[in-house]
Design a protein around this ligand. Structure first.
Ligand code: MN
Length: 724
């Protein structure tokens, strides 16, 4: 395969390019030399096959070379995109980077698999918008992986198939690559819905054979008629793809028998004139079904599909579809955007190519402000890769919108200002409501008015596309601050009322400051305004306030406890002594630790037990484990409290502080923060408006005490702190 690929490549692009291709192939072979595919073949067969697909599609040399290299950065241990750039130049490196997942760089740490997938898709979409060849390589890659998926584990089959149906088949469709799309869908269908797949496949096999036999007469007659009319052309029976048949049956709730286009006859001719001539021949010989004729030559689909479609009745009254197109239209239908390279349309059609990818750039622009990758990718999947309707401007331009779109979505797609000033809409000449759901072939006219100063808030609930929603939000953010502030305040109040909360209690300055910081806002008005235009939800703010309030309440409780602590804490026994406060007879250097069973305190009669390798464990003499310890009397060792050697000691500090609510709380917070163990606390008011507090705590050394004092001094309300 390698030789064939090289020869074919040389034949197309010449010796100079062929040398680069050789280099790419040997580089990829080296990088992948230790890797195998799931079926055991050397991994490098995969990129070489992808490159050969790209060559067959008529792609240019850099794309084919990038195909050879497309997995080297992701799978090679030491290959960086910079290496590819040094060896093969910027163009090839850009293409390889576009199809390479982000994970290799190792800089990102992903929380979930899903998030990782989303980040990778975002990167892919951005790369496609910059250079559409990226999507062609990605689809060739996916096609080979799906064609060889039968050797993978069932989990991998399902995962890859899902991704294919959700992202890659729609992408292929969006770029007009009909052949790849159908094949990807049918391959994924087989693993996602195996039973449905089998059942449809069997039915189609049987019926297609029957129908083809029935139609063979018609095809023979058609050939003769075309010859008579001097039209050169080939005629074939086109089998329907399984997944699209399945979808159609689901959508129309019908059986396979009822699908008119299960079999279509396809006529491929040389020129556009011949297309219409052939249509005339067909309609003269067979009776067309009303409402089934579609002229996608005069009005191509947005993905550039062109063809004439008609459904006619055979002599037995069985309807069948006929598709008529030129060879070039056929290539476009099968290869979509890739046909651009096949026909080498030259530079002037780069604008044409730009048009083909403009939808993607549009959504990227509308979502520029979207920081969240998930939202970004969802928007693309929803707005642009889902099912869509084609509607027309009064000048006959085709606009594609997701199913369920309204005239407002249409208006915003044409231009942001047309959206903002949309007053009403006419569809096919009749005034419709703004929430009218557009249908394919509707001619939509937007009537704007300067009296309409901007969008209405209700529109947010009407529009279907994320890009229109974003534009409406942007408007409210910038244009209507006063109104937003007013409205935001009301929304927050309503939300509080619904939750039985009082804003008077919740909107304390310190809580608000926290909320503003969290949303990166400067003032309360900014917050209200943000709520007003929908940037921040009222519920989100309310819940944060409630949280902060609860936290503060817990601190208050703690404060209360501390205030009562003066009497309670002093009754408590001393903090558990530091193990260093133990003297081991005969061997003072031995490591000491307390048994968890009895927690000895200073003053308790104690005994030591020499463990294997961990030093001496110290127990109360009346510990319930003593009996078992006594079994091994040789290990018992005499120990005693060495209180004067203990490093924990009590210290009392006096704090003078402004006597007002909250002062004590501040002190407690600092002590809690330093993990200080308080044993006594008292407080009394002095005559001059201050409070004198006395705090007794356990510290291990003078340094720690100094730390406590200096931290207490930092408190605003504290006048002075000193050691008693
Ligand atoms: Mn690959």
């Amino acid at each position: 395969m390698e030789e064939e690929l090289k020869n074919q490549f040389r034949g197309r692009f010449g010796d100079e390019q062929a040398a680069i291709m050789e280099q790419a192939i040997s580089f990829a072979s080296r990088v992948h030399c230790n890797q195998r595919r799931d079926d055991g073949t050397p991994f490098v067969t995969h990129p070489l096959t992808v490159a050969s697909y790209l060559l067959d599609m008529g792609m240019d040399a850099p794309t084919v070379i990038a195909g050879v290299l497309h997995d080297t950065v992701e799978d090679g241990d030491n290959v960086q995109i910079g290496d590819i750039e040094t060896m093969f130049g910027h163009e090839v490196a850009f293409l390889v980077d576009g199809v390479t997942k982000l994970t290799k760089s190792g800089k990102q740490t992903y929380v979930t698999k899903k998030q990782e997938q989303t980040e990778n898709l975002r990167k892919l979409f951005l790369a496609i918008a910059e250079d559409v060849r990226v999507v062609i390589i990605k689809l060739a890659d996916r096609l080979h992986n799906m064609r060889t998926i039968d050797v993978c584990s069932p989990q991998k089959q399902i995962k890859k198939s899902k991704e294919t149906i959700e992202v890659y088949a729609p992408l292929a469709h969006r770029f007009g690559m009909g052949a790849i799309r159908s094949e990807l869908e049918d391959l994924a269908f087989r693993y996602l819905l195996p039973e449905e797949y089998q059942s449809i496949k069997e039915q189609v096999d049987v019926q297609q054979k029957e129908r083809l036999e029935l139609l063979s007469n018609a095809m023979e007659r058609m050939k003769a008629l075309l010859r008579e009319a001097n039209i050169e052309g080939s005629i074939s029976g086109r089998p329907k793809h399984l997944y699209s048949s399945y979808r159609k049956m689901q959508r129309n709730n019908c059986t396979l028998h009822e699908l008119y286009d299960l079999i279509a006859i396809r006529i491929i001719v040389d020129t556009v004139t011949d297309c219409y001539a052939a249509l005339g021949v067909v309609h003269a010989a067979w009776k067309p079904l009303p409402g089934r004729f579609k002229d996608y030559i005069a009005m191509p689909k947005p993905n550039l599909y062109r063809s004439l479609h008609t459904t006619v009745m055979d002599e037995n009254g069985i309807p069948f579809e006929v598709q008529i197109r030129t060879k070039e239209m056929h290539a476009t239908a099968e290869y979509g955007i890739a046909a651009h390279w096949m026909y080498k349309e030259g530079r002037k059609s780069m604008t044409e190519l730009d048009k083909k990818t403009s939808w993607l750039r549009q959504v990227l622009e509308a979502d520029e402000t979207t920081e969240d990758s998930k939202e970004f990718v969802d928007n693309i999947l929803k707005d642009f890769l889902g099912e869509y309707v084609f509607v027309l401007t009064p000048r006959g331009e085709i606009i594609d919108l997701p199913v369920g779109s309204t005239p407002l979505d249409f208006a915003y797609r044409i231009h942001t200002n047309i959206g903002h000033h949309c007053q009403h809409a006419r569809v096919n000449g009749n005034v419709v409501r703004l929430d009218y759901k557009l249908k394919t072939n509707d001619v939509v006219e937007i009537i704007t008015s300067n009296a309409q100063t901007g969008p209405s808030r209700d529109w947010l609930a009407i529009v279907k596309t994320q890009s229109a929603k974003n534009k409406i939000r942007q408007w409210f953010k910038h244009e209507n601050r006063e109104e937003n502030i007013q409205r935001g305040r009301e929304m927050l109040e309503e939300s509080a009322k619904r939750h039985g909360q009082s804003l008077a209690i919740l909107m304390k300055p310190e809580y608000c400051a926290e909320v503003l910081k969290r949303h990166n806002l400067a003032t309360l008005d900014d917050l209200y305004s943000s709520i007003g235009f929908g940037g921040v939800s009222a519920g989100q703010v309310l819940h944060k306030l409630i949280d902060l309030h609860r936290k503060a309440e817990r601190l208050d409780e703690l404060q209360e406890k501390l205030e009562n602590a003066g009497t309670e804490l002093s009754k408590k026994p001393l903090h558990r002594a530091n193990p260093k406060g133990i003297y081991v007879h005969g061997d003072p250097g031995m490591a000491v630790f307390f048994g968890n069973c009895c927690n000895p305190l200073p003053g308790d009669p104690i005994i030591g037990y020499v463990t294997r390798g961990r030093g001496v464990s110290v127990h109360r003499k009346d510990c319930k484990n003593m009996q078992s310890l006594m079994q091994d009397p040789d290990r018992l060792i005499e120990v005693e409290w060495a209180i004067d050697e203990r490093t924990d000691f009590s210290a009392t500090i006096r704090v003078f502080i402004e006597d007002r609510p909250g002062s004590l709380l501040e002190v407690s917070k600092v002590l809690l923060g330093l993990n200080v163990n308080m044993t006594d606390l008292s407080s009394r008011s002095t005559d001059d408006g201050y409070a004198a507090m006395e705090i007794t705590c356990t510290v291990s050394n003078a340094e720690q005490l100094q730390l406590i004092i200096s931290n207490l001094r930092k408190i605003k309300q504290v006048i002075d702190v000193f050691r008693v």
